[in-house]
Write a protein that binds this ligand. Structure first.
Ligand code: GTP
Length: 294
């Protein structure tokens, strides 16, 4: 039995679907994302440092290239959030690869964890980056302004709340949600530190207007940065199964009482439904019923 599709098969299989998905995403882009991006660009002059947040499960895929145009002129910290969901056993090679791509300052966080030690490191690291930047001018009682950017649903608002909780001992300032596109307000200013005074600008998640390839699109969809229904829940589930098989992660076989690994998503979904008791009785329509009703 074939247990995984080749990448080529996957590509042709998902391309048809993703072309559809991409059109929908393009539809989704012009609204709050286009407005957000325009205002973010206009405000960059006032910003001392950019904090870019991305999903730790896809450290090399799906970062918005539009952001990267501006990263050379401002100190930049990349935060790979949701590390609790990622395989970070080879953290050093992730950091080395990012450094080869020109990203030097990287932190991994799990901002839902109370007292995550990495969240505590953010403000001291940012102050260090700002004060050691070539264009920095020291002034008495100077306050700092940071801009938080990233694709949707990577945890920007959650991280802002965590930084605020850690440094100011204050509660939520930014709305959090499980779906992409929760933050629509552009550039809400939130204080996160008293000494020195530091404000953060929360921004709406902005996807690249054009997604570079099918794999990147599917990874972004699987991590919840694109609304599921725009790509199709069944397609996303199929891509997840394909990825698990390709990585030879067969834990799902035992967990959902399958006999062997499978590349048939309908079969796997049926086994999961049976295991979770999510089945429904339906009346089977026979040939006789159809003849009687006609
Ligand atoms: N497991 C895990 N979940 C997280 C973490 N950070 C955020 N989340 C969850 O991810 C979802 C999105 O979080 P938000 O903070 O709203 O993300 P956002 O980037 O502001 O989203 P947009 O408003 O779409 O731009 C929520 O369900 C959070 O609870 C994390 O470190 N680990």
């Amino acid at each position: 039995m074939r247990i995984s599709h080749t990448l080529l098969n996957a590509s042709s299989k998902f391309r048809t679907v993703f072309d559809f998905g991409e059109r929908q995403v393009a539809h989704w882009f012009p609204g709050h994302m286009a407005k957000g991006l325009k205002q973010m660009r206009a405000s960059l002059r006032k910003v001392d440092c950019i904090i870019e947040i991305h999903d730790a499960r896809i450290p090399f895929s799906g970062r918005n290239p539009l952001f990267q145009e501006n990263l050379d002129v401002r100190p930049h910290l990349l935060i790979l959030n949701k590390m609790d969901l990622a395989d970070t056993s080879d953290k050093m090679s992730i950091l080395k690869q990012l450094e080869r791509d020109g990203v030097k300052n990287v932190l991994l966080t799990d901002c839902l964890k109370q007292r995550d030690t990495s969240v505590k490191k953010i403000i001291p690291l940012v102050i260090d980056l700002i004060e050691n930047a070539p264009r920095f001018h020291r002034e008495e009682n100077r306050s700092y302004c940071l801009m938080v950017i990233g694709v949707p649903n990577v945890g920007k608002s959650s991280l802002i709340n965590a930084i605020r909780r850690t440094n100011l001992k204050k509660g939520k300032a930014s709305r959090v949600g499980g779906e992409p596109g929760i933050t629509k307000a552009v550039l809400t200013k939130i204080q996160v530190c008293e000494r020195p005074v530091i404000h953060l600008l929360d921004t709406p998640g902005v996807l690249p207007p054009k997604i570079e390839n099918v794999e990147t699109g599917m990874k972004l969809a699987l991590c919840g940065t694109i609304l599921d229904h725009l790509v199709g829940e069944d397609i996303i589930a199929d891509y997840l199964l394909f990825s698990l098989n390709r990585l030879q992660r067969f834990g799902y076989v035992e967990r959902y009482d399958l006999e062997t690994p499978s590349d048939d998503i309908q079969h796997v979904l049926k086994c999961i439904a049976v295991k979770l008791g999510k089945t429904q009785r339906v009346k089977a329509i026979t040939g006789v019923d159809m003849m009687e009703n006609s």
